[in-house]
Design a protein around this ligand. Sequence first.
Ligand code: F6R
Length: 606
Amino acid sequence: MCGIVGYVGEQDAADVLVDALSKLEYRGYDSAGIAVFEDGEIKVEKCQGRLDNLRKKMEEVGKPEGCVGIGHTRWATHGEPSDINSHPHGNKRVTIVHNGIIENYKEVKEFLVGKGYEFVSETDTETVAKLLDYYYDGNPVDTIIKVVSEITGSYALGIMFADYPEHVYAVRKDSPMLIGVGKGENFLGSDVTAFLKYTKDYYLIEQDEICDITANAIKIVDIHKNPIKKELQTATWDVNAAEKGGYAHFMLKEIHEQSNAVKMTISPRVKDGMPDFSETGMTKEELASFRQIYIVACGTAMHAGMVGKYVIEKLARTSVIVDIASEFRYRDPLIGEGDLLIVISQSGETADTKAALALGKERGAKTLAIVNVVGSSIAREADMVLYTNAGPEISVASTKAYSVQIAAMYLFAFELAYVKKAISEDECRKYVKELLEIPDYITHTLDVKKDCQQVASKLLNADSLLYIGRGLDYALSMEGSLKLKEISYIHSESYAAGELKHGTISLITEHMPVIAVATQKALIEKTVSNIKEVKARGAKVYLVCGESLQLEEGIADAIIRIPEVDEILMPTLCAIPLQLIAYYTSVLRGNDVDKPRNLAKSVTVE
Ligand code: F6R
């Protein structure tokens, strides 16, 4: 989704802004632009395409020279990607960059057209720029307050008023924005990675707070102009964590970081060999009392929830409903008092997950957020939060965030099973011990790289493939399939292996490769039968299974064997070959692995 940056200081603003925007590229975008005060005038450069296009353009025409400015990467919502629709928008008096969607922009536009304004772009953003211009009375804060009271929807806005060339203004609602606090310089950023290179200190801007930022001062007021005092936050993420560090792609780096990420997520939540969720404030009695658990999320995070469901139901004998956030929010779910809603989100800003959380709260459920980004909206809005300490995930295709989400789900399941007396203390300790050993096993599992590369070379020209598995293997193959789709652009579907006969097996020909996952002992024979069925119909089969599994000769065209741990924990290892198969297929097809087409890292609009 769009990214906003801002700079006020003594450095060359264009350089800082473009550099900061490059750190937000991972969010997904289709055009970029900056506005800088040059000799007291607002100068804008913007164009469609990658940041390199903007850099090239500025090399040709000269970059705006100055020390104050705002910048933007746009992910088109209203109007196609084009130079005209790119941000910043505005005029010589007021210029803005915007994330989010202005819902009443048509009414606002009509009003402004009636006042004689002309519009050049198809964006909702331009209406906000013109409305600011319309109400501008010489006082930026008053003007911003007037405008935000008239627009609806979600927004994070970076604003420059020509009369105030040493200031950048900001305001947000339902779209994140932070102020990076430096020495003699300050920053704006949609997330900390934008300014991490310059400072780790930042303020979180809350709903409808209006910020006036200069090089040496940050003034924040609420909508009634009451001054707001903020607590300074310090990012724990290392600046190197947001760099590729010698890997060809962020995705490959993040796959390698999984061992450490899982360790960082699990270790702090284990005390004396038992799960410890005291940081959430939830008592054991309360945990044991929930009637129904809902896990709601989107995409990969929802798939982590599927693993959570299997494990919680198996160990804690408590019913779990997993739902896609965009469905949950509109289906009038039965959630209410006495239920627990767990929302899972890497970014903590996903619009549908946020709405699902709000609905759960409204209906009286207790809410727990499993989130990676500290201080994100979902983390702040939930009753309880459990941070997955994966560090920044830059690649659009989620890998380490998934692994830490499932690790958190396991620990939660162990604790719930224990407090509900579905497992004994000894059993709980045994599970926790095994989970603590998983990071080492993850490292060993990475040895399957070569095998995955070979499988990828076989999938390269496929038009479509199937992932099959049963039980936890099915939950996992959903994620394997999504990973392949999103970065290789090859269609795939995941299917519960036993369901093939009920229709889908008609798709099987020699042109439909099948990736089978078989790690669950009680189900292996069944899955093997399904493998035989598809093989008999000509499919090439690539099997992921444990290293000691005895199989008939020729059962599959390639077998990727991974280390074996307690079968309930196998998804923590099995995820790795599936991620690597997707990764290498994307690389071999020459795709932009870290920034797949049409996708955004953080889906902050519906
Ligand atoms: C896929 C992927 C997405 C996200 C989904 C939710 O690789 O990353 O499916 O999992 O958009 O995002 P978060 O976790 O930020 O809520």
